[in-house]
Design a protein around this ligand. Structure first.
Ligand code: CTP
Ligand code: MG
Length: 230
């Protein structure tokens, strides 16, 4: 009870270049957004989803996602904003208004359509166990270099201490609201929360939770289907 997943899905998918907003791009005939929402519900921990949809496609998104809600649950759809953070903030405010019992909020990119339900459940469990902010992470397999403005290497951070961050990211609802009302900027929601000084815990992510950004990623997603992984 009290868990709501916000799904920012209002991006244009410029880097994918498919000619459709990315959330509506099909993989195996099923739009990425539909796959992402199914995964959230399949975790058994989420019954309410709030989607920030492309302004031009709110009705279409409503039509394809409404049937996915489990008994006692719902999918709410609203128009997203200019930037991802705007879409998350709009969805968060809508969720807290429409679903006032909300205590735990997940933020999950429609573009991470193949995230295993177990990852969703692990994030919810960690928030409900008392962590105010939780992110799924993977180890970094490449060596990472820090460079200056000229592209010259200035440092090699210790890879063992680095992690790649995925979604869903999970938060105590009040903490995420404070972060989005702070006026701070960050590239992900956990980054905002971190800047408030809140401790962000990690749980294991999964390779299948890749963010589908480029045509290469879409080919990987198709391969996951062919391989029976999704
Ligand atoms: N997103 C959103 N509102 C925006 C921009 C992005 O809800 N104004 C969502 C996207 O739909 C996606 C997630 O945020 O699910 C991550 O964004 P990204 O992968 O960058 O998707 P796009 O912005 O669609 O892709 P691109 O940047 O290539 O245009
Ligand atoms: Mg984008």
């Amino acid at each position: 009870m009290g868990v709501v997943a916000l799904v920012p899905a209002a991006g244009r998918g410029e880097r994918l270049g498919y000619g459709l907003p990315k959330a509506l791009v099909p993989v195996g005939g099923v739009p990425l957004l539909v796959r992402a929402v199914r995964g959230l519900f399949a975790s058994g921990r989420v019954r309410h989803v709030v989607i920030a949809a492309p302004v031009s496609d709110v009705d279409e998104v409503r039509a394809v996602t409404a049937p996915l809600a489990p008994a006692g649950g719902a999918v709410l759809v609203l128009a997203g904003g200019a930037e991802r953070s705007d879409s998350v903030r709009l969805a968060l405010v809508h969720a807290l208004r429409e679903l006032p019992g909300t205590t735990t909020v997940l933020v999950h990119d429609a573009a991470r359509a193949f995230t295993p339900p177990d990852v969703v459940a692990a994030v919810v469990d960690a928030v409900e166990a008392g962590h105010e902010a939780v992110v799924p992470v993977l180890p970094v397999v490449d060596t990472v270099k820090q460079v200056d403005a000229d592209g010259v290497v200035v440092a090699t951070p210790d890879r063992a201490a680095l992690r790649v961050v995925q979604t869903p990211q999970g938060f105590a609802a009040s903490v995420l609201l404070r972060a989005h009302e702070s006026g701070l900027l960050a590239t992900d929601d956990a980054g905002l929360v971190e800047r408030l000084g809140v401790r962000v815990a990690t749980v294991p992510g999964h390779q299948d939770a890749l963010k589908i950004t480029t045509p290469f990623d879409l080919a990987v997603a198709e391969a996951l289907l062919v391989g029976g992984r999704a």
